[in-house]
Design a protein around this ligand. Structure first.
Ligand code: FES
Ligand code: FE2
Length: 450
């Protein structure tokens, strides 16, 4: 357990609080053999876009391991250790063959599963190729993303299909704006801290940098400035992080879903006033985007995402992203980043690896506390040889998820205090309903695309 955060209780006291403690090694380290790294290796993670696999292998780094990913002449995808088993040349310089890849240096040929098919310079009777394997990981290509499982083979879970992936009437599109992989120079956990922190929306995305959320019609959602009520509800997969606001004669309950350990499902912002269907006082939207944060190493993380679209619908999320999405990327001019910071700046600004030993967690950080507790429990379960309590590795078949965005026509109560009570009660009911009847099972759900 971490030591108690020093509490500076005098003005001009910088001298008394200069030491920067180490990062929490259990929660933040991802490399092979670390407790956190072994835990993360129990899950499938996206590692590449299938469309990027062309005529040369791609060098990638995932969970602190240097790898290459490629598609061979048969169309099979391979994920291999980067350095050749012969004398270590990087296989990013290998030639792609009909079957596997051939190292550029002395021509050893590797199949996608790590079998050594040829060692052409060796004598005829060399039997290296019959007994030696090159490091390889299983992959699964799904809707344009290449997923990998990098854990112990005997613990490999089924590839999880979320209900939001196969929603009737919708297809999955890529969720990387402008087609650029979003690499953030920071530890994965502080990006997840952001997922379970609905309160930052009213500040970072509404008051500090202007209103960064746009609705389906492209209008800034001023309503986001209100902090509203918030709550955190445990689900079989993780947490629902709820934020509930009064918008004139409607109540807006936004439930961002954290799926353990590194996935978020996020609803988009609705149009106000809500366009309730004829004769209805309620609208339920399913999460629009599913996003993974995959550790490259302790200090770098890459994001992958799917968005839901109607067949043939333009993916404006990537062709014309709104400010909140643009400001989740690096590469903007420094002056602009300082004046209009986004999630990117907030997250990487916490240091490459945030120092929990210097934090002062407050009432609004309940989601952060719960999420870190879940992750720590999972890390310790794996260290004991058990499997984590939450998460997708338990599931076979389609996995029900719970994220949603609900609008209800409810007139304001007489006083502000009474209305807060109303909001809290509705928030609880919306969570209970989502748990009892996951939104994907409802007939009246919608998805919107912005
Ligand atoms: S280093 Fe790869 S074949 Fe020799
Ligand atoms: Fe954010």
């Amino acid at each position: 357990m971490r030591e108690k955060t020093p509490f500076l209780h005098r003005p001009y006291g910088g001298y008394h609080l200069r030491d920067v403690p180490d990062a929490d090694p259990e929660l933040t380290r991802v490399g092979p053999g670390t407790p956190g790294g072994e835990f993360l290796r129990r899950f499938w993670h996206p590692v590449a876009h299938g469309a990027d696999l062309k005529d040369v292998p791609i060098a990638i780094r995932i969970l602190g391991e240097d790898l290459v990913v490629f598609r061979d002449g048969r169309g099979k995808v391979g994920l291999l250790g980067r350095h050749c088993s012969h004398r270590g040349t990087s296989l990013e310089y290998a030639k792609i063959e009909g079957c596997g890849i051939r190292c550029c240096y002395h021509g050893w040929l590797y199949d996608v599963d790590g079998r050594i098919l040829e060692t052409p310079a060796e004598p005829e009777d060399s039997n290296y190729r019959n007994k030696l394997f090159h490091p390889a990981y299983p992959v699964h290509e799904y809707n344009g993303l290449v997923f990998a499982y990098m854990g112990p083979p005997e613990s490999q879970p089924a590839f999880p299909i979320l209900d939001t992936f196969e929603l009737p009437g919708y297809v999955l599109g890529p969720g990387e704006p402008l087609g650029i992989a979003n690499v953030k120079p920071c530890n994965w956990l502080q990006i997840i801290d952001n997922v379970v922190d609905p309160v930052h929306e009213a500040f970072l995305h509404a008051r500090i940098s202007g209103v960064q959320f746009l609705d389906e019609d492209g209008r800034p959602v001023e309503e986001l400035k209100d902090v509203g009520e918030f709550d955190f509800v445990e689900t079989p997969l993780g947490l629902l992080c709820q934020e509930t606001r009064r918008v004139k004669a409607s109540v807006w309950v936004r439930s961002i879903e954290y799926i353990y350990p590194n996935i978020a499902q996020i609803p988009m912002t609705p149009i106000f006033p809500p366009r309730y269907p004829e004769g209805k006082d309620e609208l339920c939207y399913i999460s629009f985007i599913t996003r993974w944060r995959v550790p490259i190493d302790d200090e770098n993380t890459v994001e992958f995402a799917f968005v839901r679209l109607r067949p043939g619908q333009e993916n404006t999320y990537i062709t014309n992203p709104g400010p909140v999405v643009r400001n989740n990327y690096g590469g903007r001019p420094y002056d602009e980043r300082q004046r209009f910071p986004g999630d990117y700046e907030a997250q990487i600004g916490q240091r490459a690896v945030a120092r929990h030993g210097l934090e002062h967690l407050a009432a609004t950080d309940r989601g952060v506390i719960l999420m870190r507790r879940m992750v720590r429990e999972g890390i310790r379960a794996v260290a004991r040889g058990e499997s984590p309590r939450h998460g997708l590795h338990h599931h076979q078949g389609v996995v029900r998820t719970y994220g949603n965005d609900t609008l209800l026509r409810v007139p304001p109560a007489n006083t502000k205090e009474d209305d807060r009570e109303v909001l809290r009660a509705i928030q609880g009911k919306v969570a209970a309903r989502a748990l009892a009847e996951p939104p994907s099972l409802r007939e009246d759900i919608r998805v919107y695309a912005r």
